[in-house]
Design a binder for this molecule. Structure first.
Ligand code: GDP
Ligand code: IMO
Ligand code: MG
Length: 437
């Protein structure tokens, strides 16, 4: 049985949580490998709605082992709240949830710095989630981070915090004119958190590799999306981790040869929260959906998501950056009832047509989308259970996306619930039987 990566193909919120939930019926292990509680993954099971932030969405299936691997950043306060929330809803975590000692810990000074840095950037602000993600990853790169392994060792934590806080307090007071943080206050709170989390810490990277070696099915749950990747995304309007498939391999401590299928989750249109380019963005009068009905409010921050038409230039690029084997198209139902639907197939800039992404954010902001317009479908797709039942124009729309992306669609989602999903190709299959376009 294989290792499967599920990764967002746009700017996050593509519906990864729902897709993970469906695939988890066939998986024994689910791994979060990058990002932190900036993520918000929604899963609906019957009447129950869950919003997962750091705990893998697969936890909702009682047969799974779930991991928060080395590449993540962990806010103990928020993680404990999330754990308590799930426990209160009957989800058992003991013996099922594991945290890597190499994951980095988010402290209050990271959250404060996140806000201060954003404020100081003025109109270059990213529009972060304010969860301290960037400052925590920055400390990791600066070799100033405190990892879970150190955090749960009282003596080491006490010693390391003292020296780290000297640097952080210098930064807070001298660079931002903010008050310094009190070491004993942090220690008092965080030693308690460490005690709660310690029993959940294990060598995650070893466990995940062992599971793969034994032939178990392992799902790698991507967070954020391809164009929020710090290296290949729309820099600087990105998050601080590698969100693409390769980043998940690094973050989980798994070699790329262990991955059998990379599934890209992509909406039938485009959204983005936060600032930065969104070439196909539509403004007020042209918005083709109802934000409430379409659930287009940020799962973590509640911000209204920006909306655009499907961008095949981006999608094609995402396929390459991740080595996607197939696509899961979500939210097709949201386009029901439109007279026409548009697909961006190229950009115009300085009077020329291009079919690639400009590397400068300033240039990217200026591109004009070149659209193909397709007839819409005036039918409800939410009750559809097979490809053949889809309205003809919806099928044509999806087939066009497959051609433009040079990648087959393996799943189509027509509603937030589990059963509103068309499975076109099985993802879990033995090695060397990959889906081909
Ligand atoms: P994630 O971060 O990629 O897991 O996505 P989010 O959970 O942040 O946002 C996706 C939203 O769309 C959630 O509210 C889902 O319940 C919802 N959703 C997912 N798939 C579909 C779909 O096919 N149709 C509709 N109408 N909603 C969907
Ligand atoms: P999921 O996993 C959508 C965005 C923020 C901001 C940028 C940087 O639910 O798809 P950060 O707090 O990470 O420093 O913010 O990244 N962002 C997301 N947008 N979905 C997410 O996660 C996101 N996580 C971060 O809005 O633009
Ligand atoms: Mg989300």
């Amino acid at each position: 049985m294989p290792g499967i990566i599920v990764v967002g193909a746009q700017w996050g919120d593509e519906g990864k949580g729902k897709v993970i939930d469906i695939l988890t019926t066939q998986a024994q292990h689910v791994v979060r490998a990058q990002g932190g509680n900036n993520a918000g993954h929604t899963v609906i099971i019957g009447e129950e709605e869950y919003k997962l932030h750091l705990i893998p969405s697969g936890i909702l299936h009682s047969h799974t082992q779930c991991y928060i691997a080395a590449g993540t950043v962990v806010d103990p306060e928020v993680l404990i709240q999330e754990m308590q929330g799930l426990s209160a809803r009957g989800i058992i975590l003991k013996g099922r949830l594991w945290i890597s000692p190499a994951a980095h810990v988010i402290f209050p000074y990271h959250r404060i710095l996140d806000h201060l840095i954003e404020e100081s950037k003025g109109d270059r602000a990213i529009g972060t989630t304010g969860r301290g993600i960037g400052p925590c990853y920055a400390d990791k790169a600066q070799r100033l981070g405190i990892r879970v392994g150190e955090f749960i060792d009282k003596e080491v934590f006490t010693r390391v915090l003292k020296s780290v806080l000297q640097v952080k307090n210098y930064e807070l007071t001298h660079m931002y004119g903010a008050p310094p943080m009190d070491e004993s206050e942090i220690l008092e709170k965080y030693l308690k958190y460490a005690e709660i989390l310690a029993p959940f810490v294990c060598d995650v990277e070893d466990s995940v590799n062992e599971a793969l070696e034994k032939g178990a099915a392992v799902l790698f749950e991507g967070a954020q999306g391809t164009f929020l990747d710090i290296t290949t995304g729309t820099y600087p309007f990105v998050t601080s981790a590698n969100t693409v498939a390769g980043g998940l391999c690094v973050g989980a401590g798994v070699g790329p040869t262990r991955i059998d299928h990379t599934l890209g989750v992509i909406k039938a249109y485009t959204t983005r929260v936060g600032n930065g380019p969104l070439p196909t963005e539509v403004t007020e009068g042209d918005i083709f959906l109802d934000h409430h009905r379409a659930r287009e409010y940020g799962t973590t921050t509640g911000r209204k998501r920006r909306i655009g038409w499907f961008d095949a230039v981006l999608a094609r690029r995402a396929v390459r950056l991740n080595g996607m084997d197939s696509l899961a198209i979500t939210k097709l139902d949201i386009l029901d009832g439109l007279d026409q639907v548009k697909i961006c197939t190229g950009y115009q800039i300085h009077g020329k047509r291009i079919e690639t992404l400009p590397s400068l954010a300033e240039e990217f902001e200026k591109v004009l989308p070149i659209y193909e317009t397709h007839p819409g479908w005036n039918e409800d797709t939410t009750e559809v259970t097979s490809w053949d039942e889809l309205p003809e124009n919806a099928r044509k729309y999806l087939e066009r996306i497959e051609v433009l992306c040079k990648t087959p669609i393996s799943m189509v989602s027509v509603g937030p619930e589990r059963d509103r999903t068309l499975i076109l190709q099985q993802i879990f299959q033995p090695r060397n039987q990959r889906v081909s376009c």
